[in-house]
Design a protein. Structure first.
Length: 87
């Protein structure tokens, strides 16, 4: 490795995630999917109401041109995921 970076902590995290997914029941996985879908719908609605009807699904170019919109989008979308990881 060029920088001698230790990836064992990352490997461990990915192994834990893989193990959790492989051992989860179908209903648990559906619950995770549903929770993400609900969060995503809330993000889409929030962005649309805050930024004059901006459609997250169709206006990617407009989003990419505005750092403010992208920051808001990433914050709204990722915050629930990151808070789960912090616990």
């Amino acid at each position: 490795m060029a920088y001698g970076r230790n990836t064992s902590a990352h490997d461990t995290w990915f192994q834990e995630q893989k193990s959790m997914i492989n051992s989860a029941s179908a209903s648990e996985l559906k619950g995770l999917n549903d929770e993400f879908d609900e969060n995503f719908a809330g993000v889409v609605n929030s962005i649309a109401s805050t930024y004059n009807g901006l459609n997250v699904m169709k206006d990617a170019k407009k989003m990419m041109e505005s750092p403010e919109i992208m920051q808001e989008y990433k914050t709204l979308l990722l915050e629930p995921i990151l808070s789960e990881l912090r616990e």
